[in-house]
Design a protein around this ligand. Sequence first.
Ligand SMILES: [Zn+2]
Length: 282
Amino acid sequence: MIDLKQAAPKQISFLKTAFEQDKLAHAYLFVDSLTQRALATAYWLACLVNCTGTKRPDGTCINCERVLSGNHPDVFLVKPEGKQSLSIDQIRPLKEELAKSPVEGNRRFFFIENAQTLTMPAANALLNLLEEPVAPVTTILLTNNAQQILPTVRSRTQIIEFNDLAQANSKSQDLLLYGFSQEDLENLGETAELDKAVKYFYQELLENNDLAVVSAHKLAGMMKNKVQEDYVFYLLKKFCLDGIKQQQLLGNQALLGRLLDCDKMKFSNVSFLNRLDYLALS
Ligand SMILES: [Zn+2]
């Protein structure tokens, strides 16, 4: 069940205005690192259009309930079911639906979750769907990474960004200042999972927790390239410095010293895992 309260305020007010001015696009690309938030926003729009309550969308009238529970005949959701990718077989039914008029409301909605996993044939099938449709349809592609969407698909959509770009930019700025190149940043990719894993490792190091050895191996297993390895050490140093800034000197100063040892070890070609082990065992 979708929770409308998770919908993003700024984006829903934009969509509401578009709807009220009868200017809803026929295709949107929602770019959000939080899938549930983007999905809730898409369903919020479908509820707005179909709601029979006075305070639209209320989320509680019979129409809203059917939309939210996946039982409204004008609202379709396609997502990779347990599989890694969205196949052409999942897109084909939408093409058949496309020609039909809305069953009840005045607009149909096609939501495509994890659109970055569309296979090439599926993406190509989708292209027709995104051309100006005959019947009133709004297709919303949801993704956490706009760069992984085929440019031909992307260019047919109106892109709605959910992530805080100012925050993302300031992070890139920090990384560039530290010495990462623009190309490194591209190779680094999405870091949410990594950030979390490094944070845990850092906390275990501060607590002298035995689990740090296990986390070191887990982290080493997550590495896809050298840039990510450098990023892990960048983050650990950043956490230490942040701690020191907040007067949490105990532990952070000693750890920072060992992180500087690790820099030297790197230049002597000590492996990434061995450097993490050094931190975990000290
Ligand atoms: Zn309603």
